[in-house]
Design a protein around this ligand. Structure first.
Ligand SMILES: O=C(O)CCC(=O)C(=O)O
Length: 306
């Protein structure tokens, strides 16, 4: 799929240039240097407490309103081939809940209260849900994206990630570029802590400088059959916690990183949840791979932060 032109994106090239010029600079020269050197930035207090509280309340309300049925998928953070189902592909344009792997027993019955059973909700909250639409757009995010080098940003995906107390699963080392292949590589992750993320409840870990690694694998979708698979590309070993750094983050912190930066998060065996919200955006000027699982139909075009 070719990337949408600015006109398909609902914005004319002229208005984009004009809007960009109006945006404040968000990053200091030191932060720009760190972005180039390390491949990630931690921005404490990016979101005001009231917005964070509204997002948390909305996340809990979505779970409360959720009626599980036999078609509800588990999200395995380790074996992504288990996601090869219609629910994942349908969630590209909808708001769907996915169970934590350990939330269900052998017979598929809930082992924990529903409120603690959800691994994540995705993947079009930023378009379909009014609270998360407001959270995901605005001049601060647009200015930050511009400062990070995103040209004509296209926000493809949003996820609420719960990391539930005691059963929150590991998210193995990976690069987000595997899931949003563009030429050139442009995908950028915006990871918001909605609750305090600590070493105990499964904060992110990253490999500083790992944005210079090659892309190790590509998550490929055969859209004709709805089949998903991981294609190996490069044999560079994944990092370990030695040589990488944890990123504890207080609620309201935004962590940003590029698509080649390896990152992981440990299981949450603590009694505290670790709620986060993520957005993934690419440059509208880059070619978006037709094999990416997440595609949009013509009636639901991808758009930017404004
Ligand atoms: O929130 C987490 O634990 C992992 C998130 C992540 O890996 C991602 O957004 O790519």
């Amino acid at each position: 799929m070719m990337p949408p032109t600015p006109a398909q994106n609902g914005e004319s090239p002229g208005s984009l240039a004009g809007r960009d010029a109006d945006l404040q600079q968000m990053l200091t020269p030191e932060q720009r240097q760190q972005w180039q050197r390390d491949g990630y930035l931690v921005l404490p207090g990016f979101k005001p407490a009231a917005e964070v509280a509204a997002a948390c309340a909305r996340a809990r309300a979505l779970v409360e309103a959720f009626e599980p049925d036999a078609s509800t998928s588990r999200f395995s953070t380790q074996d992504r081939s288990k996601l090869a189902d219609a629910a994942l592909l349908a969630s590209a344009e909808q708001v769907r809940c996915f169970f934590e792997e350990e939330a269900l027993d052998e017979a598929g019955r809930l082992r924990v209260p529903k409120a603690e059973s959800i691994n994540k909700i995705g993947h079009a909250l930023h378009e379909r849900d009014p609270v998360f639409t407001a959270f995901s757009h605005g001049p601060e995010l647009a200015a930050l994206a511009r400062d990070l080098g995103l040209v004509q940003p296209q926000v493809w995906q949003s996820q609420i990630i719960f990391k539930q107390p005691r059963i929150g699963g590991v998210v193995d080392w990976h690069q987000d570029g595997s899931f949003f292949v563009t030429t050139p590589q442009t995908v950028t992750t915006f990871w918001f802590a909605l609750e305090d993320a600590t070493l105990d409840n499964g904060c992110l870990w990253v490999k500083p400088g790992g944005q210079r690694d090659a892309l190790r694998e590509q998550y490929v979708c055969d859209h004709a059959t709805g089949t998903l698979s991981m294609r190996p590309l490069d044999r560079t070993p994944w990092p370990t916690t030695e040589g990488s750094v944890p990123l504890p983050a207080a609620a309201g912190t935004l962590v940003v990183f590029g698509g080649l930066l390896p990152h992981y998060s440990a299981p949450n065996r603590s009694a505290r949840s670790r709620l986060a919200y993520t957005l993934h955006a690419t440059c509208g000027t880059a070619a978006y791979a037709p094999e990416n699982w997440l595609q949009r139909s013509p009636g639901f075009p991808v758009r930017g932060f404004l």
